[in-house]
Design a protein. Structure first.
Length: 95
């Protein structure tokens, strides 16, 4: 048993003392982007896609604003309930 523990301890020391070696980083130059000529059709599709995305984002923002309003109202109700509970505690302690 003692030999087993000593061998485990020695193994742990060897493993912990070994430094992890990472390969030397390879640096690669970025390729220059090829210039492309957009046709009017492609520009129209891109513009349409951008407008659609913008409308979707605006709808999401409106939905998020509505949720925030609901959460604010809920927090206000909870604050009122907490205040009422504290008032009840104070009144019950006096009785």
């Amino acid at each position: 048993m003692r030999t087993f523990i000593l061998s485990l301890l020695a193994g742990a020391i060897v493993v912990s003392s070994a430094d992890a070696q990472s390969p030397t980083p390879v640096i690669i130059q970025a390729a220059t982007p090829a210039t492309t000529i957009q046709s009017p059709v492609t520009a129209g599709v891109t513009s349409s896609a951008t407008e659609t995305t913008l409308k979707a984002l605006q709808a999401m923002k409106a939905a998020n604003d509505e949720i925030l309003k609901q959460q604010k109202a809920t927090l206000e109700k909870l604050d009122e309930m907490e205040k009422a509970a504290n008032d009840i505690r104070i009144l019950t302690k006096r009785s």
